[in-house]
Design a protein around this ligand. Sequence first.
Ligand code: C2E
Ligand code: MG
Ligand code: MG
Ligand code: MG
Length: 278
Amino acid sequence: QAKTSGRNTLCFFDPAMQQSLETRAALEAELRRALPQRQFFLAFQAKVDSERRVVGAEALLRWQHPERGLITPGQFIPVAEECGLIVAIGNWVLESACVQLREWNSLPGWENFRLAVNVSGRQFRQPDFVAAVCNIVRNSGVDARQLTLELTESSVLDNVADSIEKMHALKTLGIVFSMDDFGTGYSSLSYLKRLPLDELKIDQSFVRDISSDAGDATIVRTIIAMGQNLGLTAVAEGVESESQLEFLKRYGCTLFQGYLFGRPQSAADFVEAQRQRE
Ligand code: C2E
Ligand code: MG
Ligand code: MG
Ligand code: MG
């Protein structure tokens, strides 16, 4: 209660807060136009194995605003989530990822390329989420086994039984599930065992100080060991240095993502970067 009245007080008396509310309303209105005006695009970041071979990529949403320039998801996904636009945007992301996969499938050596797509909580909680994904994948003509959906702990834990049912339904198509930002939410061993997951993505906040912070190193080791025991692949995100990579490999991590291997890039730049690697 104290929190609510505190908020109201701020809304009425703090000009900075008033301004940020106006900015937010403007952002929401602009977000509404972004999809029909084709201001979104996908960036792709490589995912590599311990030999640094690229095994796939993660699709990351970008908003090219006509006046504000490039806006990162951290600045607009929460707003899209709150006003419900995330559902349409999420479907667009999945459609675009499938179009890209289909195009890449025809490149020599890219037949088994895997693409991961982030799914927001509100999107995942839609009653017709399974049907929507099925339709998009079927219409695209891509093999569902090439697709990974990244969920977060908060999206899944909201209604575990419903989440398990949805994941099972999509897994019969061949879709792979990954738990993103793992370790930052309410990780509980009992639900982790029940969820039909394939992969755990170790949050970048633990990877950052892995070589200097004993606590973070322990958390990373524990996540990897736990994943191994549950038959889940551990993926480290935010790998920026060779020393981080060394630590992660020593603990048994097998898949990696981060600036050390490549930043998120446009589709054209991503393909070009892979050509240079060969
Ligand atoms: P995420 O899924 O955990 O993605 C990883 C984020 O870390 C990305 O930020 C990526 O650019 C960044 N990153 C990758 N490697 C490194 C590194 O070595 N160092 C550092 N410091 N950062 C690195 P980005 O693209 O700004 O996305 C932020 C978050 O926004 C994502 O976190 C994801 O939760 C969300 N997001 C992105 N695209 C989508 C989408 O299409 N739909 C939904 N619902 N959420 C998305
Ligand atoms: Mg992700
Ligand atoms: Mg993550
Ligand atoms: Mg993250």
